[in-house]
Design a protein around this ligand. Structure first.
Ligand SMILES: [Mg+2]
Ligand SMILES: [Zn+2]
Length: 204
């Protein structure tokens, strides 16, 4: 099977507001940069795949049906602003409750599943989110890992991403999801950026 790159993007705190164990579909709210960022990916022809740790399911705070409603709502909202979501993967586990799993980020289970199911080349993909564990998989898979710090991002996660960026050319920190998508498309040489995109300086 021929393979293609993807943008793996975290959900809570990256595409939608982090509502802490989101169980109420009415609280799904896109973050301000999500529309432009997902439009850009779509116009470049690079699919967006959501990967999300949902330990609230293991904790009994979110039912599978509630999670499914928030998944559908998130996809619908992204589509309503001109973006698209190819697929969503979630880890419902929590090691202390359900035992170890290979899907909880920064584990690679969700990425490998997406690769199998959608023919994704993990070495040419981007790993984007508001926690270090969202970007960290790039160290194992190749591709580009990008931390986009948000309101809920621990300072420790920023410190770890910045430290990793000093030693690894494929780790970066961007302060907007739009910048992260532009950087991913540019650095990975993937997709067709619209000609109107401003030239984007590459980090040295
Ligand atoms: Mg997050
Ligand atoms: Zn899991």
């Amino acid at each position: 099977m021929s393979t293609r790159p993807a943008l793996f993007i975290d959900r809570d705190g990256t595409l939608i507001a982090d509502a802490h164990y989101l169980s109420d579909v009415h609280l799904v709210q896109l973050l301000p940069a999500t529309g432009a960022a997902t439009q850009l990916a779509r116009s470049a022809g690079v699919p967006v795949i959501i990967v999300t740790n949902q330990s609230g399911i293991a904790r009994g705070l979110i039912t599978p049906a509630q999670y499914e409603a928030t998944r559908e709502r998130t996809t619908a909202l992204v589509e309503s602003v001109g973006g698209a979501i190819l697929a969503t993967y979630h880890c419902p586990h929590l090691p202390d409750v359900t035992g170890a799993c290979d899907c909880r980020k920064p584990g690679l289970g969700m990425y490998h599943q997406a690769s199998r199911e959608h023919g994704i080349d993990l070495t040419r993909s981007a790993y984007i989110g508001d926690r270090w564990r969202d970007a960290q998989p790039a160290l194992a898979t190749g591709g580009l890992g990008i931390l986009v710090p948000g309101r809920e991002t621990p300072a420790e996660d920023v410190r770890r991403a910045e430290a990793a960026a000093e030693h690894h050319a494929n780790i970066a920190v961007c302060h907007s999801l739009i910048d992260a998508v532009v950087l991913a498309l540019t650095r990975l040489g993937i997709g067709d950026l619209p000609p109107s995109s401003p030239p984007h300086p590459l980090p040295v």
